[in-house]
Ligand binder design. Structure first.
Ligand SMILES: *Cc1c(COP(=O)(O)O)cnc(C)c1O
Length: 426
């Protein structure tokens, strides 16, 4: 029987604990698991039998979460990681190598821009930044050394919706996987695999956990990519020297990427999610659809109110009829454009600083996707490391404030913004 989303967000991956009957997924706070005998141990290490060895690789609480997120995204498997940024490295790791590149959207979370433009160079990888509204530019940027295309579905800091179907087609024609960061949308609002994504990554720190308690990430594998169609992905298609010559694609078929990420990625990079964090995230996901519905409802009300406020120059919410990306909402995220957007203040940088300092209900924090309404002035914080051109391209110009609308009463959110805007204009 095919259950609906609301049922799966509660039940997928969870079954009564075989030892105790515990209904909620227990926190398996253990590092290691006793082998039945030496033969069992050898079979586990040979990946001939799937089971638990050591919690850097696998843990039952984390496994339940992996199955839940994979189910909600429509993937065949998933690998949880210690953060969203860890998930991005884990997604690229089996695909990349020195001298190879990834083609990425200019509209990304600020931390991702730094990770891709600076830090991955240490591995000999590089990123080519392209405006993803220019489809010809994406195709032109892909060269013989490109091993992935990377973008966000609803791009942080909000208001931009990627035409995933069109981008997936370009990646497919070039024979490289499309990786979609679905953090801002969540699988409730957008299911990138249905639009052609090969891998989906999340910062579970945000809406999936939903209340600002956990740092976590996940890579979901669609199982749809033919890693053996070319010689571009030898870690998956050819004998993997890091696992005594095992051919992952031949051995595990559609689960090749997932098994590689556990057997080699987690084993050697060690970016593991801990079971306590997995438990919090499992609990958060149980109410994902309810929260996202309210985030969207509130964001639509608040964005509409802000748009007509005299102190506001622009509101980027794609849920507004005035947004250039409004048409894509119905196709890419039919249940709404999320809870995240930016506003530009007519008063510029100084008004932004007075505005964030005057808010009372909103918290000024470097986070988003919380039950609480949050705000940040990106140019002086998260996007500080970027050049002014990069800031503007990423939607974080000096007069722009990012808002993450919570699930409080919309009237209270609006009242707080109203009094802070009055103070900002002095
Ligand atoms: C927060 C965020 C990340 C990074 O996730 P962490 O859990 O903070 O490492 C990546 N992408 C997007 C869209 C994010 O919002």
């Amino acid at each position: 029987m095919a259950y609906g989303f609301d049922t799966l967000q509660i039940h997928a991956g969870a079954r009564p604990d075989p030892a105790t009957g515990a209904r909620q997924v227990p926190i398996y706070q253990t590092t290691a698991y006793v082998f039945r005998d030496a033969e069992h141990a050898a079979a586990l290490f040979n990946l001939q039998e799937v089971g638990y060895i050591y919690s850097r690789l696998t843990n039952p609480t984390v496994a339940a979460l992996q199955e839940r997120v994979a189910t909600l995204e429509g993937g065949v498997g998933a690998v949880c990681c210690s953060s969203g940024h860890a998930a991005q490295i884990m997604a690229l790791f089996p695909l990349m190598g020195p001298g190879l590149n990834v083609v990425v959207s200019t509209r990304l979370y600020g931390g991702s821009i730094t990770q891709f433009s600076q830090t991955i160079k240490r591995f000999g990888w590089s990123a080519k930044f392209v405006d993803f509204d220019d489809l010809d530019a994406i195709a032109a940027a892909i060269d013989d050394d490109t091993r992935a295309v990377f973008c966000e579905s609803i791009a942080n800091p909000g208001g931009y919706i990627t035409d995933l179907d069109a981008v997936a087609k370009i990646a497919d024609t070039a024979g490289v996987p499309l990786i979609v960061d679905n953090t801002s949308a969540t699988p409730y609002l957008c299911r990138p695999i249905e639009h052609g994504a090969t891998l989906v990554v999340h910062s579970m720190t945000k809406y999936l956990t939903g209340n600002g308690t956990v740092t976590g990430g996940v890579v979901v594998d669609s199982g749809n990519f033919n890693w053996s169609a070319s010689d571009k992905f030898p870690s998956l298609s050819a004998p993997e020297t890091a696992y005594h010559g095992l051919k992952f694609h031949e051995t595990f078929g559609p689960l090749a990427f997932t098994f590689h990420s556990i057997a080699i990625g987690l084993r050697d990079l060690g970016m593991t999610l801990n079971p306590q964090a997995a438990h919090y995230t499992l609990m958060g996901i149980e109410t994902l659809s309810l929260r996202m519905e309210r985030h969207v409802q509130n964001a639509e009300k608040v964005a509409g109110w802000l748009e007509s406020h005299p102190a506001i120059e622009a509101v980027t919410y794609a849920g507004l009829a005035s947004s250039p990306y409004h048409d894509r909402v119905a196709r890419i995220c039919p249940k709404g454009a999320g809870g995240l957007f930016t506003i530009a203040l007519k008063g510029g940088y100084d008004a932004c600083i007075r505005f964030v300092d005057s808010l009372e209900l909103f918290s000024h924090v470097a986070n988003l996707g919380d039950t609480r309404s949050l705000v940040i002035h990106s140019a002086s914080t998260t996007h500080r490391q970027l050049s002014p051109e990069q800031q503007t391209a990423a939607g974080a110009a000096p007069n722009v404030v990012r808002i993450s609308i919570g699930i409080e009463d919309a009237e209270d959110i609006i009242a707080d913004l109203d009094q802070a805007l009055s103070k900002a204009n002095g």
